[in-house]
Design a protein. Structure first.
Lengths: 310, 605
């Protein structure tokens, strides 16, 4: 969840994820982004890209970052019958929706606080189960839909229900940079991009690629990062100190600090990693206290001080 | 001589026309123009000039404030689809306007949802359609002209859109005659449009001056200098230049940055070149920069940033200048850009319109036409079905076709707190009211309640918190509350009624919660006369009752007297005595009243 000031490039940052992440392998012709390594039966019931062929071909594609625009209708989100085939040939064929397209990637909703509640509920449901089930016209389709839900919005446009916020793993707060030099640099880069997008792209390609390589290497190491009982205890105490409800906070904290350790190239999760991710893993889970003036990030920082002081 | 480099300030008409000229050259790049103006000849004339300057054949489309997605984004054209056998898109307005502009009359009534859809198109310059089995990306390079017709500063175009527009104009109080002699030469704008792509990148000076000037005027945004830079590039193209000069940058800063000012630069950026101090009467509009600068020693030629600061300062609109001078908010260099802008935003969410899919439930209302429309394309498929063949029906309607009217989903309401901020207990009463507001907002997601706060003291009433559902905003706006002075009760009630009626016009049912000891002592014209003040308060209360606005009167006096209950009776309000005002108690009263007033079926009006 990305919350913050208007015009800070929240959407731009999310949409550019695709160029930062290592590419992935998919079965050629599969509309559900199937992993060639997965067993055939996990594929959608209606996908014949692999079933019909003995030796399906693979291809490498960027990780999908799919936009869910406001005004999208439910049938396009979950998928529905192909209208054209129904009309022309009287056939029932499933036309996958945005959830299928986002499988193994990201589904992005800008202004998530303006999205209709029933769509949000549906998305969270699928995001949690990793599977999309559609029943239409006597056709029943189930296909894997594992994606990272990314939302962005401005809290001044209306706040999110806490039950919903809690379902987001991480939450960051974006502020307009206060430093003049940063703003000048932003303006220069925006202008450079506008005047010649391709040259801009070429200029930054190397940096993007090294970031991508770093992420790929960290993924390799992720399984080997050790988490000591002490670290686990620190996480639990942190969650108790902040009053973050439920176990979701602890789980996220564990996964995020493990990822932070892997990214840093460390073999075990240490205090530094926990400190680094605590605010983003917990800040949106705190029980709201309207009379406490300090922001939730400050409350997490305070708890960090308490837990790690002893 | 020092500031003679800054071109003389433009008159308001020249400014408005220059904005139209630049916008007509690159509508998509400059995003839009928000124009505060009611319908009338002035506005028509300006628009006529703008239309004349657009590229020939550029589409101009109107977006009504309550437009639905089918029309805005697009939908399946059922007739054409059934006739041709392939899916035909009925293009929405945003796609139709590609290469041209969309006009939004009554822009202040645009819902946050529609504003967000348009904003997304402005950002991406394409329209993403994911509707009813259609997935298309349609080029939509559009500019927006939003006519803001709100009468009060609280009714303004959504900030999310406004801040994406390069130009903010105010055409109020301008006479159409002023424009009679001003014209735009379409061949000039056409030539500039062609030349735009070959304008070179800005110098570092220009970029730095724009960013620094924006910061000096408290514009806490990176979008504003970016829009100013684009405007400068268009200005260079218009002047037939290949490079952006100081003149272009200064013009752009005036047009784009001045109306966005959040504060006046509080100190001279350079000892040798102090810009006209903000309290210097007349320095803002008369354009006569020379006389106060003649006396100052000029040691070096002024740099671009100083010229720009002076130019922007001279171009800050009068009403904004007055507001900044009286310290409405005061200088807040680190403040969020919501300081003034947010006061105009709308937190309206998903106005109940249109239809939705879903299961048939008791109480839900079927949208028959939409249901039949949903069923139509599938008739051929269904006739082929085994089941259907056994029983032949003229139309096969299945459960998944059912469409329901969406307004049954929810009803929004607004609580307008009207708080007596006078006298010695003002601080306590305000603090507890603020606490109540925040507590209610913290749970507002449950019942979709908007909350607003009006305070009255001294000689008048003030809307401290425009209706919002955002706790963040409430906290920012209610950070420091003024208190003390006399009790202009009538002014407070009148202000609350205005807010309540504005809310009702947005389909949110208002509930006014008045907290006072009921002892009015300041009349509408600011006189301290208890008797007349009380009569006026009773009059205002009756007006509230006449509008059938639901109200609760919380009497905060230590020993309640007849005045309180008289006023409550006049406004047909529920009377509650709460001598020890406490946030949670106020909250309970408000909640109780809301559940009573709003959960019962629609009250006849």
């Amino acid at each position: 969840m990305v919350f913050g000031d208007r015009g800070t490039g929240k959407s731009t940052a999310v949409r550019s994820l695709a160029s930062l992440l290592p590419h992935m392998q998919v079965v050629t012709g599969c509309k559900f982004n199937c992993d060639p390594g997965s067993p055939v039966e996990t594929c959608a019931d209606v996908c014949d890209a692999r079933r019909d062929k003995h030796c399906p071909t693979h291809k490498t594609v960027p990780v999908p970052v799919v936009d869910l625009p406001l005004g999208a209708t439910e049938d396009r989100v979950v998928g529905a019958l192909d209208l054209e085939r129904a009309l022309t040939r009287g056939e029932k064929a499933f036309e996958p929706g945005l959830l299928a397209r986002a499988h193994r990637g990201f589904l992005y909703i800008d202004e998530v606080n303006l999205l209709e509640d029933h769509l949000v509920d549906l998305l969270l449901d699928v995001a949690a189960s990793g599977e999309n089930i559609v029943e239409r016209e006597g056709l029943s389709v189930r296909h894997p839909a594992r994606f990272v839900l990314v939302g962005s919005g401005n809290p001044e446009e209306g706040e999110l229900r806490p039950q919903l916020l809690d379902r987001f793993g991480l939450s960051v707060d974006v502020r307009t940079p206060g430093n003049l030099a940063d703003r000048v640099e932003i303006l220069k880069r925006c202008d450079a991009f506008e005047r010649d997008p391709e040259a801009f792209d070429a200029l930054w390609r190397n940096e993007n690629e090294s970031a991508s390589a770093l992420i790929a290497a960290a993924r390799e190491r992720l399984g080997e990062v050790a988490v000591s009982d002490d670290a686990l205890e620190a996480m639990s105490r942190l969650c108790m100190a902040t009053g973050a409800d439920g176990l979701r906070g602890e789980l996220t904290l564990l996964r995020a600090s493990r990822a932070a350790a892997a990214l840093a190239g460390d073999e075990a999760v240490g205090d530094a990693h926990i400190r680094r991710v605590a605010a983003m893993a917990l800040r949106h889970r705190l029980r709201r206290n309207p009379l406490d003036e300090s922001g939730s990030t400050a409350r997490v920082e305070r708890a960090l001080g308490e837990v790690f002081a002893s | 001589m020092t500031q003679c480099d800054a071109p003389p300030p433009l008159s308001r008409w020249e400014t408005a026309l220059m904005a139209a000229r630049l916008f007509a050259i690159d509508p998509a790049g400059l995003g839009g123009v928000s124009v505060i103006a009611g319908p009338g000849p002035v506005r028509d004339l300006w628009l006529e000039r703008l239309r004349g300057a657009l590229a020939s054949g550029a589409p101009v489309r109107r977006v009504p404030a309550h437009i639905e997605d089918d029309r805005l984004i697009g939908a399946v054209d059922l007739t054409a689809t059934l006739a041709s056998g392939r899916v035909v898109l009925q293009m929405g307005i945003l796609g139709e306007a590609d290469g041209g502009i969309v006009l939004i009359p009554m822009a202040e009534r645009l819902s946050a949802g529609v504003a967000a859809r348009i904003a997304a198109v402005l950002d991406r310059r394409e329209l993403v359609v994911e509707r009813e089995g259609l997935a298309r990306r349609i080029p939509a390079r559009i500019g927006v002209v939003a006519f803001d017709e709100g009468v009060s500063p609280e009714e303004r175009l959504a900030v999310s859109l406004r801040e994406r527009f390069a130009f903010h104009l105010d055409l109020r109080d301008l006479s159409a005659r002023g424009l009679a002699n001003l014209a735009i030469d379409p061949s000039e704008t056409a030539a500039a449009r062609l030349a735009l792509a070959s304008v070179e990148g800005p110098s570092a000076d220009v970029v730095e001056a724009l960013v620094a000037t924006a910061a000096a005027f408290g514009i806490n945004s990176v979008v504003a200098p970016l829009l100013a830079l684009r405007a400068a590039r268009v200005a260079a193209a218009l002047a037939g230049r290949r490079a952006i000069t100081e003149e272009d940058a200064v013009l752009a800063a005036r047009l784009v940055l001045a109306p966005r000012s959040q504060m006046m630069p509080d100190e001279a950026p350079d000892e040798t070149e102090p810009p006209a101090p903000p309290d210097d009467p007349g320095a803002d509009e008369d354009g006569d920069d020379d006389d106060d600068d003649d006396t100052e020693p000029a040691t070096e030629p002024p740099n671009l940033e100083d010229i720009m600061l002076a130019a922007v300062q001279a171009a800050v609109p009068d009403d904004l200048l007055a507001k900044l001078k009286t310290g409405a908010g005061g200088p807040q260099p680190t403040g969020r850009n919501s300081r003034l802008g947010a006061a105009k935003s709308s937190a309206l969410r998903g106005r109940p319109t249109g239809v939705r899919m879903g299961a048939l439930r008791p109480g839900s209302r079927l949208a028959l036409v939409a249901t039949l429309r949903a069923a139509a394309p599938w008739q051929a498929v269904r006739r082929n079905d085994q089941v259907a063949r056994t029983v032949s029906r003229p139309i096969e309607v299945r459960r998944e076709d059912f469409r329901f009217k969406r307004f049954a989903q929810r009803r929004e309401s607004t609580m307008v707190f009207c708080v007596d901020a006078s006298g010695s207990t003002a601080f306590h009463r305000l603090a507890e009211s603020k606490g109540a507001v925040e507590m209610l907002l913290a749970e507002a997601y449950v019942n979709r309640t908007f909350v607003s706060l009006v305070a009255f003291r001294g000689h008048g009433a003030e809307l401290l918190l425009p209706p919002t559902r955002s706790l963040t905003r409430a906290k920012a706006l209610l950070a420091n509350l003024p208190g003390g002075g006399g009790t202009p009760l009538a002014a407070g009630v009148d202000c609350a009624v205005l807010v309540a009626l504005a809310e009702r016009s947005k389909s949110r049912e208002p509930l006014v919660i008045l907290l006072t000891d009921g002892r009015a002592n300041i009349t509408a014209d600011g006189q301290a006369a208890r008797g007349r003040a009380m009569e006026e308060a009773l009059d205002s209360s009756r007006r509230l009752a006449a509008q059938r606005i639901a109200a609760v009167f919380i009497d905060t006096s230590a020993r309640p007297r007849a005045e309180g209950s008289d006023l409550a009776a006049a406004m047909n309000a529920r009377y509650v005595a709460l001598p020890y005002v406490e946030a949670s108690a106020v909250c309970d009263v408000a909640r109780g009243a809301a559940s009573e007033f709003f959960t019962e079926p629609l009250r006849p009006r």
